[in-house]
Design a binder for this molecule. Sequence first.
Ligand SMILES: [Fe+2]
Ligand SMILES: [Fe+2]
Length: 267
Amino acid sequence: MSLPASRFDPDQMFAEVRALVATVRQPQLRELLLGLLDDPEIGPAFRAAPAAKGIHHPFEGGLCEHTLSVLQLGWRICDQYPQLDRDLVTAGCLLHDLGKTRELATAEAGDGFEYTEEGRLVGHLVIATQWIHERTARIAGFPRELQWHLVHLVAAHHGKLEYGSPKEPVTLEAMVVHAADELDSRVSSFGLLFEQAEGAWTDRRNIYGRRLFRGPSWNGEPIEPDVRHFEGPGIYRSTRSLRSPGSSDSPGSPDSAPNLQTPRNLR
Ligand SMILES: [Fe+2]
Ligand SMILES: [Fe+2]
């Protein structure tokens, strides 16, 4: 029995992930991330693995598809908020589920996926943090503080202690990686539940414990293809919407505009 597979080409998805990761500016971080992707065991496993057993992207190539989507979301979020460190967001999006390459394997019957022994005992968060420790030790001068931030990005990505994260997000980048991951996995899981639904509503036997509305839309009509998309720098990168310096209710000149408009450094 053959396994379900992503509708996207795994080599193409991998190339797109690698191209984003290759732009990382901090040289030791770039070396760490590309070293993981180019590892002869991790790279092929990353192309083939599912992102989960059943809840979201539960098919061959699902991990690569989910990771690419989370990376793209992460980059869009960095486009909006200049105070984010794009290197860290990129690292977190790549690393957050990479340990699933060893957490999940093809089931014996060949009809799906199951947890490996390492997956049950160790889990993908700890597997990834072990890689970070082992591999940063081999990269000369890898900054310790950067290593702590990488571990935090992975450790906090489930968002809450009760969802398996030993740390809850305390950095802006960890909060963003968690949010992008949650958004992408939920969109996928809603889609899977919609596929199984018979009418406009799913039943409530799902991880959300509630009936979900499949549609097709608010009025029952199919949604028309939509070519609109957002263009431009976004409010926090643009000076267009700033109050003019002389206006009576202005808090000050554009130079004293809220901190949100000031990147933490040049990224
Ligand atoms: Fe995860
Ligand atoms: Fe994820």
